[in-house]
Design a protein around this ligand. Structure first.
Ligand SMILES: [Zn+2]
Ligand SMILES: [Zn+2]
Ligand SMILES: [Zn+2]
Length: 310
């Protein structure tokens, strides 16, 4: 992403990037809104405020993700809004909090912006304050639509995850997302006028449809893994899930595929020793002993990796 944009600033270890297309759309948007204010500077202030609100929303996601032990290092602003690149731990509660915290920022902004919307007067300042309040509420309502990948759709996913598991819940949420995005396309074409708002709506709906389809494909992969037979007696120290049985681990040196729990000491292909194992379910890394693996005695190990004892 940094290739297509440039670095704005860094705060709390989170770097904010601005996509180059933002300028293109900004110039276009500002020109088409010139008549809203007496002084052009207010147009610029309004447009920048929109992205300031979006940025606060994205920081909500990023900081919440950090607070539950996840990774969040960058936020990218682009013409359709902002994207916080977050990877929370693969638990429904951690996911839920990382998603909810974004719209929560808009909720907190409501009591601040709402009274300013109805200050007496008809000046440019009044128009500006009213628009900021309106933008905040509109962003909040739109983001809460239960259409994956919008926040509302991801909240639905996390809630379903508690009851039906990660794969199946993502499948349900992404199917609803595809249907919802389709409904948005139809609504924009049916009710929208021939103006740029309709175009924006279509662009967002098509983007959502594409993301929901990607989510659906991921859900199928997760489902396949979830239904694999599991090994008994060992479990991930982080997520407590038993590992699948089968050659799902790949040696980084010789690329041999093997079941790490059949060969907990070294790769059966090249003999490269390994001490750590990666959980296929949550991505956590932990030594085999933490998984509850009883390590074989040394002589068994040596014969297994095909080296004669010296
Ligand atoms: Zn959000
Ligand atoms: Zn795990
Ligand atoms: Zn190997």
């Amino acid at each position: 992403m940094p290739k297509n944009g440039f670095r704005l600033f860094q705060v709390f270890g989170i770097t904010v990037y601005l996509h180059w297309s933002w300028f293109l759309i900004a110039v276009y948007e500002l020109q088409s809104r010139q008549s809203r204010y007496h002084w052009f500077g207010w147009n610029v202030a309004e447009y920048l405020s929109l992205f300031a609100i979006v940025l606060m929303h994205e920081f909500g996601h990023a900081l919440a993700c950090r607070s539950v032990g996840g990774k969040a290092e960058r936020i990218v602003l682009w013409p359709l809004g902002g994207v916080a690149y977050v990877s929370p731990p693969m638990r429904p509660g951690a996911m839920l909090w990382s998603i909810v915290a974004g719209p929560l920022v808009n909720v907190i902004l409501v009591p601040i912006t709402l009274p300013l919307m109805w200050l007496p007067g008809h000046s440019d300042l009044n128009t500006f304050l009213w628009t900021i309040g309106y933008i905040n509420i509109a962003l909040l309502i739109f983001n809460m639509l239960p259409i994956y990948p919008l926040d509302g759709g991801k909240i639905l996913w996390s809630l379903l995850w508690f009851v039906m598991g990660m794969g199946r819940s993502l499948m349900v949420a992404s199917v609803i997302g595809m249907a919802g995005a389709g409904a948005l396309v139809l609504a924009a074409m049916y009710f929208g006028g021939a103006d740029q708002n309709t175009l924006w709506m279509l662009a967002i709906a098509l983007f959502a449809a594409f993301q929901a389809f990607t989510g659906f494909k991921n859900a199928k992969i997760i489902r396949r893994r979830e239904t694999l037979p599991r090994r008994s007696g060992v479990s991930c120290p982080a997520c407590r899930v038993a590992p699948p049985k089968g050659p799902f681990w790949v040696c980084s040196t010789c690329h041999a595929r093997f079941d790490a729990f059949d060969y907990p000491v070294a790769c059966p292909g090249c003999g490269k020793p390994h001490k750590w194992n990666t959980c296929l379910d949550c991505g956590a890394k932990a030594p085999f002993s933490a998984w509850g693996v009883v390590m074989p005695p040394a002589h068994v190990v040596i014969s297994e990796i095909g080296q004669s004892p010296s």
